[in-house]
Write a new protein. Sequence first.
Length: 367
Amino acid sequence: MTKSVFNTDKKLDYTKQPMFFGKDLQVQRYDVLKYPIFNKLFQQQLGYFWRPEEVSLQKDIADYRELNEQSKFIFTSNIKYQTMMDSVQGRGPVLAFLPFVSIPELESCILAWDFFENIHSHSYTYIIKNLYSNPSEVFDTIITDEKIEKRAMSITSRYDDMINLGYKWQLKPESVDMYELKKKLYLTLMTVNILEGLRFYVSFACSFAFGELKMLEGSAKILSLIARDESLHLLITQRILNNYRENENDKIMNKVMKDSEKEVYTMYENAVGQEKRWATYLFSKGSMIGLSEKLLHQFVEYMANRRMRAIGLEPRYDQKTNPLPWVDHWLNSRSLQNAPQETEIESYVIGGIKQDVQKDQFKKFKL
């Protein structure tokens, strides 16, 4: 099968195309859509556009110097882990999903998703360059940290399996069993759903806990913007998975989902276990005010229940209520009312008003 950047089929009807593994795309039109929800999610992502430089880290620099050693360990370990995972996410969706998309609204949604993941990676660099005297000491130890690498491998291996089999299908479709290909897609989508909806949240909670203490508030604000984006990316994967369950009428995928149910629950159990072990590791050198290992373990179980329920799975954990309700304040970044002098750099803020204009500033200016 020959892959084309533009399909010349005059009778191509996007509304009859599957989400993945259909005919190549042609005209990017968004007036007649099979799944309008993806176009809405694309538009919502555009409305979320932001830059890390809009948030000042001047106070954070001083705050970080004042932290005790265990707090520095918690903050640094999390920023390293988040940098690693968003490095994966900055490539994964466009390599594993985009080449096989068959409808334009999902194509644009994934392109925007990848763009925002790149903003996240730039944001971590922005934080690290500002807070650490030698940023290379942080960056160079990300890939050598066994605990971070081990957590990342469970994600990258799924992506790699999907990419390699998918490209083989594109080159020689008759050599690939469609059941196996769609199973790779389904399990990769589920892996990413778990990543976006669960695997960041221990780290998020720690970052927001610093913000609650009026420490590292700029970094917490950036993390709240990242969390907002990840919640939207989670909706993309949830919608894809629920479309397969409710709308696509794909017999092969229906069988894949039924056959894989036990494996999916195991994936959730493994992710919950990894997050709990990460929380234990973070607090191995001491605790921080407002958080404990036990609370984070309960929080992970609560979030896992929510994520499973959203894609039609039966929740497996006893934790019914949120043990960290204040986290919701940070996850809903629009509710934050940070003082401009603490978190914003006015030269980057659209519509910002400069307050230090001198009386004779424009004395020599002529129209």
